[in-house]
Design a protein. Structure first.
Length: 132
């Protein structure tokens, strides 16, 4: 994992995209791994925040929640998790999922993310490696 002191010395804005295809399961693990996981995010190292995050799993979609003041997620909150909404379903709704992020590599060349999405009936959860 990238130490917080190392993150503080980085500047610039970088886009990350899924590197390994990701893995996700339905909540009951009844169907095994689901396919078609996509994810990405934009990290602003100068201001130490995530300005965009999105994940999609077999029709579930989630984006950085905008209903909490519309503000980006500070790096200090990434491991604690942040809310996601289904941007195709509604804007400004209550969270439809959560995600967390941990940067990896000396220069934060990658990021591990875990996520959980719910469409009101079904739930999917998974992990992915993002790289820039």
């Amino acid at each position: 994992l990238t130490p917080p002191t190392q993150l503080g010395g980085l500047t610039g804005t970088f886009n990350y995209s899924i590197a390994n295809g990701g893995t996700a399961y339905d909540a009951n693990y009844s169907i095994g791994p689901v396919s078609s996981v996509t994810a990405g995010m934009t990290a602003d190292f100068t201001n130490q925040q995530i300005t965009a995050y999105n994940v999609s799993v077999n029709g579930f979609t989630g984006a950085l929640q905008q209903s909490v003041g519309g503000s980006p997620v500070p790096f200090t909150q990434l491991s604690q998790g942040f809310g996601l909404v289904d941007s195709a379903f509604c804007t400004g709704c209550s969270p439809r999922g959560t995600a967390s992020v941990q940067f990896v590599g000396l220069q934060a060349e990658g990021a591990l993310t875990s996520f959980s999405l719910c469409d009101g009936t079904n739930t999917a959860a998974g992990v992915a490696l993002l790289t820039r």
